[in-house]
Design a binder for this molecule. Structure first.
Ligand code: SF4
Length: 260
């Protein structure tokens, strides 16, 4: 049985060599994470805290949720977290997180539309009938909106606003919506919702069962090919600068030269 997550598949597509370092050789990454990932993780924790309390009947104030965010930021911060953007400090990123949370809170307060069905849940979706290939599911928030409509919510801290076309082709949340259709017998449709926190904006997409079946087949072929791969060529690109395996990679200097 082989489990493929969205990030694992993406890692292979972006650079097969980086995929090999991370998933086959299992080389220890050079840093725990970069500050963008760190910010995303802390914001997600704050959102989870807010909705867990709501589920218990308690609405946190904006101040309480920001206090939680800042406490977790301080507690988890280590100097090994990479800041690659020039002229930006950890404090700049912390303030960005505060703004994302405040904007979100003010936009959706008092959070009374729909019922939380799942928070930060994980599971697997079988890609084939034999159960050899599984797709990792991590739904940040699943809402039951009634009458068989469910919503898969995801918080993104992207600094570039995706186009509607890109979201309509997004594989990750589409696969999560397929999981919802399989798991919830009363499900008639799934609305996929992205919270683009840096833009204080909500975007959505819907998929038909036929589109999801096509996507499942496409991903199954993709993961079979990755699983059978014997060669892992480097794919030098601008994204190399974010790679956490640069010291192991003989192509990093070449990538750096291109950047210069
Ligand atoms: S530095 Fe670039 S080429 Fe080398 S492994 Fe990382 S992403 Fe691939």
């Amino acid at each position: 049985m082989t489990v493929f997550s969205h990030s694992r598949i993406l890692s292979y597509e972006l650079c097969p060599l980086r995929y090999k370092y991370a998933y086959i050789d299992k080389i220890e990454p050079e840093a725990e994470e970069n500050v963008e990932t760190y910010l995303g993780n802390r914001v997600h924790e704050a959102m989870e805290k807010l909705y867990r309390n709501l589920d218990l009947g308690y609405l946190m104030s904006e101040k309480e949720i920001l206090t939680f965010f800042n406490r977790e930021w301080e507690k988890n911060w280590t100097d090994s977290i990479l800041i690659l953007k020039e002229n930006k400090t950890a404090e700049d990123f912390r303030k960005m997180g505060e703004k994302y949370i405040s904007d979100y809170y003010r936009r959706y307060k008092p959070f009374q539309i729909g019922k939380v069905a799942q928070l930060e849940m994980t599971d697997y979706l079988l890609l084939d009938e034999e159960g050899i290939y599984k797709y990792f599911i991590r739904i940040e928030r699943l809402m039951d909106m009634g009458y068989g409509l469910y919503e898969v919510h995801d918080y993104k801290t992207y600094l570039k606003l995706p186009t509607q076309e890109q979201l309509d082709e997004d594989r990750q949340l589409a696969m999560y919506s397929l999981w919802v259709r399989r798991e919830y017998e009363d499900c008639r449709d799934v609305r996929i919702v992205w919270h683009l926190l840096a833009f204080d904006k909500e975007m959505e997409s819907y998929r038909t069962e036929q589109q999801l079946e096509e996507l499942r087949r496409e991903l199954l072929e993709k993961v079979k090919a990755i699983d059978a791969a014997k060669k892992f060529p480097a794919k030098v690109s601008k994204l190399c600068v974010w790679c956490l395996y640069k010291r192991s990679c003989p192509h990093w200097i070449e990538a750096k030269m291109e950047e210069l």
